[in-house]
Write a protein that binds this ligand. Structure first.
Ligand code: ARG
Length: 601
């Protein structure tokens, strides 16, 4: 197997010629050419381009210092990092992108982008669609393993977080022309099934005809069967035999198992449907038939050892090994994950496999990934592909700072949670007099879009590693960094355009964007940086980066709108186009965050 680095494959996902990549990627190309001209004898020079931290440019090329360190022993024309920087600047190819350059400090090359080029790029996006701004990622296929609740157990707020974060990551990859296998790795193969199946047989002798209806509330059913399991030793024994029969493929047990899974699935789907999240279920059971073969191969490589009756893989730097066969001969969570990883790499040919769970599972994934490296399935260098990443997230806390619970019971029913968000939004809209203004359907749809959007945004806007506090009052506030505020901001832009009485499709064809005012330029540059941000959010698997961008976008817009008259001004056409571009980019942000936009408010 050959492992590849990021730079070599960057052109793979260039789908069409209009897609030019992000601003950073475009500048990187120019800088790369300059580096080659500056030091023709040096190989493998990766251009280092970043947005400017200071006020002397929009972007900067930061290669001078590291390049100087490489060449200072050799005989060259350069006297130090500044002169290297000067040469990099001189050798930058002519480009309409760049207005001017300067060298600062120890050789940083500051680049100011051309206003004309920024305007032209935005205009082209309006004409061709925002797809042309999709970043180019160095992969063509990824697995995002997310949501993944456990059958018959509660789908809790942790699974909600996983669902929301995973969906956004999948959407960002998809936008970047990466094929995403959206995997629901449901826990459908644990030992709990023996108990559940046996309890089903006992309590509902006619389960084959009426099982699904009879079970009703699966969590209550789970509790009752667990109760029996704990006190009744005959039942316990039967349950243990039931597991063996199920895993051996006995049709009767298989059928009962399918029935139980189906009930859970229906419940999960209610949540997915409300959230507009699409997933493809490949649960733990799917990988079961592949486990023996995978373990045998690992065993042949000499990786599997005996330890206290179990079969294990030792991992460097860890004092406990990864157990792949339990002492009773059964497989576990790790055997399944190791096999699923093998399957994803070899059968599904995924180049990046991303797992979204709470940080509590990071040790498990670290061990599975290390075992895969030992086996040579993955390169030792984490930056090479194929690669795996654990996307961990923190706890959901209640207002009281403790683990999130509802008043009535200790179980938070996710559908109830979403319903409450929606009904609170509806009440707020009614209070604003919208019930009289809108149709019932409009009211319903808007309440849903804002309510569900608020739940998602409140989760996504924080760095996922931190715990986050679930508070309806905060997330439904119409001021501050909330979905409500942002959705209103978008609706207001739409209304500016509507009220102008101008046909925006017509303006797109005939009008020209000119960035004359400083606030216009700032907004324009921020719009153009959308692709940079999506790339960063994908690369670091951090949706909050996109949320921050979106919030800043609404601030840039506000500044522009308060300082530049739009309707009735001499610059009306250009400014309306800028409004439209802002709305388009906002909508794409909403889309990537899984939020339904609102057009009027
Ligand atoms: N079912 C697990 C849980 O609820 C999450 C599974 C995550 N994915 C995986 N491949 N292990 O905690």
């Amino acid at each position: 197997r050959r492992f590849v680095s990021t730079i070599n494959t960057i052109s793979v996902s260039a789908m069409d010629e209009d897609n030019v990549g992000t601003v950073k990627q475009q500048l990187a190309k120019l800088c790369e050419a300059s580096l080659r001209a500056t030091v023709p004898d040096e190989s493998s020079l990766e251009p280092l381009v970043a947005p400017c931290t200071g006020k002397f440019g929009d972007y900067q090329c930061n290669n001078a210092m590291s390049l100087w360190a490489k060449i200072k022993g050799k005989k060259t024309e350069f006297k130090g990092p500044p002169s290297v920087g000067q040469a990099i600047m001189r050798n930058l190819p002519q480009s309409e992108m760049i207005e001017s350059c300067s060298v600062a400090g120890p050789g940083f090359v500051n680049i100011i982008l051309s206003d004309k080029w920024i305007a032209k790029s935005i205009q082209k996006m309006l004409e061709k669609g925002i797809g042309i701004w999709a970043p180019k990622l160095p992969i063509t296929r990824a697995v995002v393993d997310f949501s993944s609740p456990n059958i018959a157990k509660e789908m809790h707020v942790g699974h909600l977080r996983s669902t929301i974060i995973g969906d956004t990551l999948a959407r960002m990859f998809e936008y970047s022309n990466v094929e995403v296998l959206r995997r629901n790795h449901v826990g459908d193969w644990g030992t709990q099934f023996g108990m559940l199946i046996e309890f089903l047989f006992e309590t509902f002798p006619n389960w084959e005809d009426a099982g699904e209806q009879a079970i009703g509330d699966l969590q209550a059913f789970y509790k009752a069967s667990k109760l029996k399991f704990d006190v009744d030793s005959d039942f316990k024994e039967k349950a243990q035999q039931a597991v063996v029969r199920l895993q051996g493929g006995d049709p009767k047990y298989r059928k009962a198992w399918e029935q139980i899974c189906e009930i859970s699935r229906r419940e999960f789907n209610q949540v997915y449907q409300r959230l507009g999240v699409h997933l493809e279920e490949k649960g733990e059971s799917f990988y079961n038939p592949y486990i023996p073969g995978v373990l045998e191969a690992l065993s042949n490589q000499g990786l599997i050892e005996e330890s206290e009756g179990a079969r294990v893989i030792f991992i460097e730097g860890k004092n406990i090994p990864l157990i792949v066969v339990k002492s009773d001969g059964g497989f576990n969570y790790a055997s399944t994950d190791l096999t699923a990883l093998w399957y994803r790499l070899n059968e599904e040919k995924a180049e990046w496999i991303v797992y979204v769970t709470d940080v509590g599972q990071s040790m498990h994934f670290e061990m599975v990934f290390s075992a895969a490296k030992r086996a040579g399935w993955l390169p030792a260098d984490d930056k090479l592909y194929p690669r795996t990443s654990h996307v961990g997230f923190g706890l959901v806390l209640g207002d009281d700072g403790k683990r999130f619970r509802t008043r009535a019971s200790d179980v938070v029913r996710l559908v109830d949670l979403l319903d409450e968000a929606k009904s609170r939004c509806k009440a707020a809209l009614v209070e604003r007099g919208k019930a009289a203004e809108w149709t019932a359907e409009e009211l319903e749809q808007t309440a849903e879009a804002i309510g569900y959007g608020a739940v998602k945004y409140a989760d996504l806007k924080n760095n996922r590693l931190t715990n986050y506090t679930f508070s309806f009052d905060q997330m439904l506030n119409d001021k501050g960094n909330t979905a409500v505020y942002l959705l209103y901001a978008h609706a207001r832009i739409c209304s500016i355009i509507r009220k102008s009485g101008k046909e925006i499709e017509e303006l797109k064809k005939t009008g020209t964007i000119v960035l004359g005012h400083a606030d216009e330029r700032a907004l324009g540059l921020h719009l153009l940086q959308f692709a940079d941000i999506v790339e960063e959010a994908c690369t670091n698997l951090l949706p909050n980066v996109l949320c921050e961008y979106l919030y800043n976008l609404s601030e840039y817009f506000t500044r522009f709108y308060s300082n530049c008259q739009v309707v009735g001004s001499a610059e009306e056409t250009s400014r309306l186009l800028l409004c439209e571009a802002t709305a388009v980019v906002m909508r794409k942000c909403f889309y990537l965050l899984g939020i339904e936009p609102v057009y009027k408010i």
